[in-house]
Design a protein around this ligand. Structure first.
Ligand code: AR6
Length: 170
């Protein structure tokens, strides 16, 4: 099942893993990354330090500490430079690699944030299309491995864009 909800990803209780929109250092930051570290507590930063960063488009997994889920998958979205720097493929890689990592850990319910569409300025319509296309393709190839994929979106405009894309892939 794929759905979108309006809300704060740090409060989501119906998934085993949430996906953080991190940066290459994996040492926290602003936006959703800051919110996740704040709620998870300092143990998360301690574990992140052992990971030695993450390449753009890749994903790494940690425990979730004080968050109400079991794991945090940290992926690093591309900064939008106008579209000629491989941004679309890198964003697709974020979703593909996060789903793959989840599957390898037996995670069946996962919540994504809107990777790259905040501080990194990826246009939300393009990002939502890539997100839904990549994940629905992944689910087609791994039909029995997931029960729920949801996007937890922080503002109603972003949610309406993801909802419109979702309808195209249902
Ligand atoms: N729950 C769900 N979504 C949220 C939350 C939240 N608590 N807080 C913000 N958002 P951004 P990026 C939304 O900027 O563009 C960080 O500093 C937000 O409204 O968090 O990938 C990292 O450390 C937007 O729709 O991520 C990196 O340096 C979406 O999450 C950099 O920002 C993503 O916005 C990554 O930038």
């Amino acid at each position: 099942m794929i759905k979108t909800i309006l809300g704060d990803i740090t409060k989501v209780t119906d998934v085993e893993a949430i996906v953080n929109a991190a940066n290459n250092l994996l040492l926290g930051g602003g936006g959703v990354d800051g919110a996740i570290h704040k709620v998870a507590g300092p143990e998360l930063l301690k574990e992140c330090r052992t990971l030695h960063g993450c390449e753009t488009g890749e994903a790494k997994i940690t425990k979730a500490y004080n968050l109400p889920c079991d794991y945090v998958i940290h992926t690093v979205g591309p900064i939008w430079y106008g579209g000629s720097h491989n941004e679309e493929e890198l964003l697709a890689n974020c979703y593909y690699n996060s789903m793959k990592l989840a599957m390898e850990h037996g995670i069946r319910k996962i919540a994504f944030s809107s990777i790259s569409t905040g501080v990194y300025h990826f246009p939300v319509e393009k990002a939502a299309h890539i997100a839904l296309e990549t994940v629905s393709q992944f689910l087609k190839e791994h039909t029995n491995d997931f029960d729920l994929v949801e996007w937890v979106l922080f503002d109603s405009h972003t949610q309406s864009v993801y909802e419109a894309e979702l309808k195209k892939f249902m």
